[in-house]
Design a protein around this ligand. Structure first.
Ligand SMILES: Cc1cc2nc3c(=O)[nH]c(=O)nc-3n(C[C@H](O)[C@H](O)[C@H](O)COP(=O)(O)OP(=O)(O)OC[C@H]3O[C@@H](n4cnc5c(N)ncnc54)[C@H](O)[C@@H]3O)c2cc1C
Length: 451
C-alpha cells in the first residue's frame, strides 16, 4: 500500500499538534519551520509569553495524548483579580467551583509538542526553512534555508498551512480568483513586561488572571511556573495616553505611578523592559475558502487570526485539529469530502470568535470596572447555579465547553436581554438570591426563546 504523506508549513503550536494527529493516523509528515530548533536553543521553561488554555485546547491535547504532561506545567486561574486605581482588589470567578483557565508558557508548550511529534518515527522536522509560497494546483511548496539561502521545492499530496497570522501559504491563495480576505489592525498595541518572583515566591495571588482595567487601556498579568508573572500592557498607539506619549523613562515611571501604582513596586525591571521590549500590533484576519481542492488547507492563525482578549486564538486553532480529526474519522479519510466540509463549516465559528474577542476587549479594559456590568455578571452566576441545565453564561460557553463559537455568540446576545431585564428590577443589587422577579423574568425569557 502506498504510504500516506503530508506536508505541514509552520511548526508552531497548531502545526506541531496537527503533526501528532496525522502521525497517529499513520501519515509520513514533513514539518517545515522557519525558525531554528527551539530544543537546540535550550528553552529553560522559565519566563516567557504565556497563554490561557481552556477547555477547547485541553480537549485537543487530550486527544493527542499529552494532557497529563501539560497539566503539570499549567497554572489554574480560577477568576479575574481586578486592581482598582487605588489598589483595591476584587475577585470575579470565571465559572463554577473548580473550573479554571490555565496559564501555560507558549515556548514550553511548543517545545513539548515538538518533542512529542518528533517521537513518531514518521514525523520529520526541517528547521530554518522559510516558505516563500506554494503552487496549490501542483501541490508544491517553495522553501528557502534561512542560514544558507538554499532553495528547495517540496511536492506533497496534502499541504497544511499552519504558518501563523502572516501566512505565506495564505498569501499564495490570495492570488486565486474569488478568494476573500480581510485584515484589520486595532489602533491598540501591546508590550510585554514582567513581575519577577519575590523572596517568598509569587508576588501576587497565583491562581488568578490579574487585570488593571483603566478604560482606554489596561495591564494584565498571568502567572508562570518560575513564580514570575508575564504582564502585558494594551494601549493605543497614538493619542494623549498612548505608547507614543511614553518616550522617556520619566514619562513611563509617571504613567505607571499614576495608573498602576500597586504594580510598580513589583516590577523592578519596568523601565528597562519598557525600553527593550517591542510594541507589537494586533490584527484580525478573516479569509475564505481555507482550502484548495483536496490538497491544501489553512489551519490556526493562518486561517483565522484574532485579537487575544478572549484567550482563544490557540484554543480555536487546537479545536481546528480536533474537528478535522473527527471529520476524518466520520468520512473515512476521504480528503476531497473532509477538506471542503471543514473549510465551509468551521469558518462561521472562526468569524464568531473573532467578533467575541473584539467585544471582550471592551469588557476587559472598560466594563470589568463598571458596577452595572458586575451586577449582570452576578446575576448570570446566580442563574447558572439555579438553572444549571438551562443557563450557561457566555464566558463559560466559550471557555468551559465546546459549544460552537457561533452558538455561544448568539446565546450570549440573547442572554444580555435577560440580564438587562433582571438588572432593572428594583432592589436587585442587594438581593439577587431572594428577589421575587428573578424566576419570573427567567421563565418569561425562556418562553420567548423557545417560541
Ligand atoms: C499577546 C497575545 C496573547 C495571546 N494570548 C492567548 C491566550 O491567552 N490564549 C490563546 O488561546 N491564544 C492566545 N493568543 C493567540 C495564540 O498565540 C495564537 O492563536 C497561536 O499561537 C496560533 O498558533 P499557530 O500555530 O496557528 O500560529 P503561530 O503560533 O504563529 O505559529 C506559526 C509558526 O509558523 C512559523 N512560520 C511563520 N511563517 C513561516 C514561513 N513563511 N515558513 C515557515 N514557517 C513559518 C513560525 O515560525 C511559527 O513557528 C495570544 C496572542 C497574542 C499575540
Amino acid at each position: 500500500m502506498e504510504q500516506k504523506k503530508a506536508l505541514i508549513v509552520g511548526g508552531g503550536l497548531v502545526g506541531a499538534l496537527w503533526a501528532v494527529f496525522l502521525a497517529k493516523r499513520g501519515y509520513v509528515v514533513d514539518v517545515y519551520e522557519r525558525r531554528g530548533d527551539m530544543r537546540a536553543a535550550g528553552y529553560s521553561g522559565g519566563r516567557s509569553i504565556n497563554l490561557a488554555m481552556s477547555h477547547r485546547g485541553w480537549r485537543a491535547v487530550e486527544k493527542a495524548g499529552i494532557l497529563e504532561e501539560l497539566r503539570k506545567v499549567a497554572i489554574p486561574m480560577h477568576g479575574r483579580m481586578m486592581h482598582s486605581p487605588t489598589g483595591e482588589l476584587t475577585f470575579q470567578q470565571y465559572g463554577k467551583e473548580g473550573e479554571a483557565i490555565y496559564s501555560v508558557s507558549r515556548g514550553g508548550l511548543n517545545l513539548e509538542l515538538l518533542r512529542i511529534a518528533d517521537n513518531f518515527e514518521h514525523v520529520r522536522f526541517h528547521f530554518h526553512q522559510k516558505c516563500n509560497g506554494i503552487d496549490p494546483e501542483q501541490g508544491i511548496a517553495h522553501f528557502e534555508h534561512t542560514l544558507t539561502g538554499e532553495l528547495t521545492t517540496v511536492k506533497s499530496p496534502l499541504i497544511f498551512g499552519t504558518d501563523g497570522a502572516f501566512s505565506a501559504v495564505r498569501a499564495s491563495l490570495q492570488n486565486r480568483p474569488r478568494f476573500n480576505y480581510s485584515q484589520s489592525y486595532l489602533d491598540y498595541g501591546y508590550k510585554e513586561l514582567s513581575i519577577p518572583p519575590g523572596p517568598e515566591g509569587f508576588r501576587m495571588e497565583a491562581h488568578a488572571l490579574h487585570i488593571w482595567p483603566r478604560g482606554n487601556f489596561m495591564l494584565i498579568a498571568l502567572p508562570n511556573m518560575d513564580r514570575s508573572f508575564t504582564c502585558t500592557l494594551f494601549m493605543p498607539f497614538d493619542g494623549e495616553i498612548s505608547f507614543e506619549s511614553l518616550q522617556t523613562d520619566e514619562q513611563v515611571a509617571a504613567f505607571f505611578n499614576r495608573f498602576f501604582a500597586d504594580a510598580v513596586p513589583l516590577m523592578p525591571g519596568l523601565l528597562e523592559d519598557f525600553r527593550e521590549n517591542p510594541t507589537s500590533a494586533l490584527a484580525t484576519v478573516r479569509c475564505s475558502p481555507w482550502h484548495v481542492a483536496d490538497r491544501v488547507l489553512l489551519l490556526g492563525d493562518a486561517a483565522h487570526a484574532i485579537v487575544p482578549f478572549f484567550g482563544q486564538g490557540m484554543n480555536a486553532g487546537f479545536e481546528d485539529c480536533t474537528l478535522l480529526d473527527e471529520l476524518l474519522t466520520a468520512h473515512g479519510e476521504r480528503w476531497e469530502e473532509v477538506i471542503s466540509r471543514f473549510s465551509r463549516e468551521r469558518a462561521p465559528d472562526a468569524d464568531a470568535i473573532a467578533d467575541l474577542a473584539l467585544q471582550n476587549f471592551i469588557e476587559m479594559r472598560d466594563l470589568v470596572a463598571d458596577p452595572g456590568f458586575l451586577l449582570r455578571k452576578r446575576i448570570a452566576a446566580t442563574l447558572a447555579e439555579r438553572y444549571p441545565e438551562e443557563f450557561m453564561p457566555m464566558y463559560s460557553m466559550v471557555s468551559f465547553s465546546h459549544i460552537p463559537y457561533r452558538e455561544a455568540l448568539r446565546a450570549g446576545q440573547e442572554q444580555e436581554v435577560l440580564l438587562a431585564r433582571i438588572a432593572a428590577a428594583p432592589g436587585i443589587e442587594n438581593n439577587i438570591e431572594q428577589h421575587p422577579d428573578v424566576d419570573r423574568l427567567f421563565r418569561e425569557w425562556k418562553a420567548e426563546m423557545t417560541v
